[in-house]
Design a protein around this ligand. Structure first.
Ligand code: URA
Length: 428
């Protein structure tokens, strides 16, 4: 078998066999297939697509490239969630305590932020002392004790995805449904959960720009999950604008705490209850109405917040910071962005806001970059709000004063105004 032959077949749109797909993936991981051949293969996949069978073979080849976590001793109780990437998405911090407080097992490996999107691990590390690097034994013993543990990706979890994803990032081959589905599902399968809930995003801040593409991606991931004997449910959600008011690590933890304390209602709580109820339906067999009711009760009773404190303390974090969020260090520079116009907020482009937050220090452009835990953007407005000239739209938080002007420029570029309310709010 030769890599060039496999690339040639895919270039002509011919369906590949399991052996051919394993050959190219294994060869790449072993260093026998060079970057330029893998890049050509990935571009051929982007342009010609893959059948569902090929996507499942690709997922399996990536899954087999490294370690897997065995959660079979928890039976049907283990549940995981994954978002296909967003700006201001702090849902794991809210959903994981809700469902684990109700008896689901959440043994989760999360990622760090890269580019304009944030990562759960960075957010958790903004809590003093929180350790995201547990040994395998510590991880399992914490799950048995309190039903929840969240750690960073272990060194050898799906190494094929780590290598291929880095190459995709550099070769404009990210936005392929087969490549995204296999990348996400290989990691979810390796994580070991029996039940998987996927929040598939579309819009300006997402890889899938249209709802139809997101639905296709969701269908592909469900079929992979079924082929591997997992229960998968999907939500299709819009990611044109950032989720909630906070973008940036500690700012997002504080917002998550506000939701868990019952102090914040609206889109984040609604999405989290939706995600949580899907996890509860799959792992505990509840019907939708009951699952939604129990998820809401868990927040309103304070039990979900207590569970978050228990979880943070178990991983060495200072749970006092959750009780009193004033204990989070504030960025030395907090700058108010004033509106230059009057009118209705028509759009807040999530990708540009993610980049502005990154520029302030909240994200990385390269894996090795250090991040500023307290940097980010705190909005005072949402899409459809009416604003007057000179009113505060948001505050920019950073440790580096020199970055503010550039971030402010990008912030303004993310916003568009309209003289009349958006269609949806006219009807509201
Ligand atoms: N998230 C992933 O883990 N992989 C992709 O390919 C896209 C989003």
């Amino acid at each position: 078998m030769r890599a060039t032959h496999i690339i040639e077949l895919k270039k002509r749109g011919i369906e590949l066999t399991e052996q051919q797909i394993s050959f190219i993936v294994n060869g790449y991981v072993k260093g026998e297939v060079p970057d330029y051949q893998m890049s050509a293969f990935l571009m051929a996949v982007c342009l010609k697509g893959m059948s569902s069978a090929e996507t499942a073979f690709l997922t399996n080849a990536m899954l087999l490239s490294g370690d897997t976590v065995d959660l079979s001793s928890f039976g049907a109780l283990s549940a995981d969630k994954h978002s296909t990437g967003g700006v201001g998405d702090k849902t794991t911090l809210i959903v994981a305590p809700i469902v684990s407080s109700l008896g689901c097992i959440v043994a989760k490996m999360s990622g760090r932020g890269l580019g304009h999107t944030g990562g759960t691990i960075d957010k958790l590390e903004s809590i003093d002392g929180f350790c995201t690097d547990l040994s395998h034994e510590e991880f399992l013993s914490q799950i048995k004790r309190i039903g929840i543990a969240v750690i960073g990706q272990t060194g050898n979890l799906v190494p094929a995805d780590k290598m291929i994803y880095a190459l995709r990032d550099a070769t404009a081959t990210v936005d392929s449904i087969s490549l995204i589905a296999s990348s996400i599902m290989s990691k979810k399968l390796a994580g070991g959960a029996k039940n998987i809930v996927l929040d598939v995003k579309y819009g300006a801040g997402a890889f899938m720009k249209t709802k139809t593409q997101a639905e296709k991606l969701a269908k592909e991931m469900i079929s992979i999950g079924e082929a591997f004997n997992r229960n998968v449910s999907t939500l299709i959600t819009n990611a044109d604008a950032p989720l909630g008011y906070a973008v940036g690590n500690s700012l997002e933890v504080i917002e998550a705490v506000q939701v868990l304390k019952g102090e914040m209602r609206g889109e984040i709580r609604d999405l989290c209850v939706d995600l949580a109820s899907n996890m509860l339906m799959l792992s505990l067999g509840w019907d939708e109405e009951y699952a939604v009711q129990r998820a809401n009760e868990e927040i309103d009773s304070g039990r979900a917040f207590s569970q978050m404190k228990k979880w943070v303390a178990a991983q060495g974090g200072n749970e006092e910071m959750l009780e009193n969020t004033d204990l989070f260090i504030k960025a030395p520079y907090i700058y108010e962005v004033k509106s230059e116009k009057e009118g209705y907020i028509e759009q807040i482009n999530a990708e540009k806001i993610g980049l502005a937050s990154c520029m302030l220090g909240a994200g990385r452009t390269k894996k090795e970059d250090n991040i500023d835990m307290f940097a980010g953007i705190l909005f005072k407005i949402k899409v459809s709000d009416y604003v007057k000239e000179g009113c505060t739209l948001a505050t920019l938080h950073t440790s580096n004063k020199a970055l503010i002007k550039h971030a402010e420029k990008l912030f303004y570029e993310a916003l568009s105004f309209s003289p009349s309310p958006a269609e949806s709010s006219k009807n509201a």
